[in-house]
Design a protein around this ligand. Sequence first.
Ligand SMILES: [Fe+2]
Length: 367
Amino acid sequence: MSAVETVTQVSQTLSALNLRGGDQEQKTEPYPYANLLPHFSPEQYPPLTPFKHEDPGFRALKHADPHAFLKNATNVVELTPNLGTEVHGVNLAALDGEGRDQLALEVARRGLMVFRGQHEFIDRGPDSYLEWGRHFGRLHIHPTSGHPKDYPQVHLVYKDAKSSYNFEREDSITSTVWHSDVSYELQPPGLTTFFLLSQPTTGGDTLFTSQISTLKKLSPSFVAFLRTLSAVHSGVEQAQFSRSGKRGGIVRREPVEHVHPLVRRHPVTGEEALYVNRQFTTRIVGLKREESETILKFLYDHVDKSADLQARVKWQPGTVVLWDNRVTAHSAIVDYGKSNERRHGARITPQAERPIPALEGLELPSL
Ligand SMILES: [Fe+2]
């Protein structure tokens, strides 16, 4: 057998085993989710306006059995004691309004839920995604990310051999950046749905942590002090990232900054959560610069190293993950770059209430 024949035979064998690199697959096979590839429309959007959020979790509290939506589950596993539940056997696409209300309440309680085998949900497409998300709140339109053409409410993350439309810091020693999504908005997201349409063979897991648990680790007197504080959350750096030509290079809505309490209270569960993050929080209002920097650095370090409070989601085809963005933080893990394989994810992001200070009636200072 000649060298050429040997190479051909090896290539055919790899093809049969579906072990070829993602880049090669992208060139030779039509991509089934091509209609959901990132599109960067040049449209400009006006500032977001306040709205009244009615949390679906309240409705579930009145239900005789708030866990009824899990009745068909074949397996329910707690990922960690305080954060995350993995569910098998429940078809999200079949949940009615009551089931969705109960889901929202359970995600608020567990912070994170991982549903396996959700191919029907994913393959129903973008109109279905919007209908799903609107049950939980007004859909956020991201100011800078790519979205499927004509569906700006669907936020996409995307990386393949040729391009990356993620918000990534290339000058850092780590891709780990704990954050709560778009916390710079006046009314940041609540129950958030995310799934992958395409994933690398290995890598690209997602980290989550409970900000209820990170707060509980702190001493009562320190928490009492944090409850009196508020901080600026800024979308400016994210917009500058796009304006520098990265991530599609589009800024459709001018960046905003808002002040939120350092400790917020979940409207349905009443639980308190730490609400600062390294990606968007810039300073604590009313403190000297050094005081603010020291406290924020301490809190970020605490979140970074509290592996005992974290959960790691390993994606499988058909996995849909939901988290309550008010009481959790998360980080992408970009460890698959050299594989050149495609990672394509979609997020449905309903906004929720303006963060409620743990001290009810706490007057938030302005910027
Ligand atoms: Fe995120």
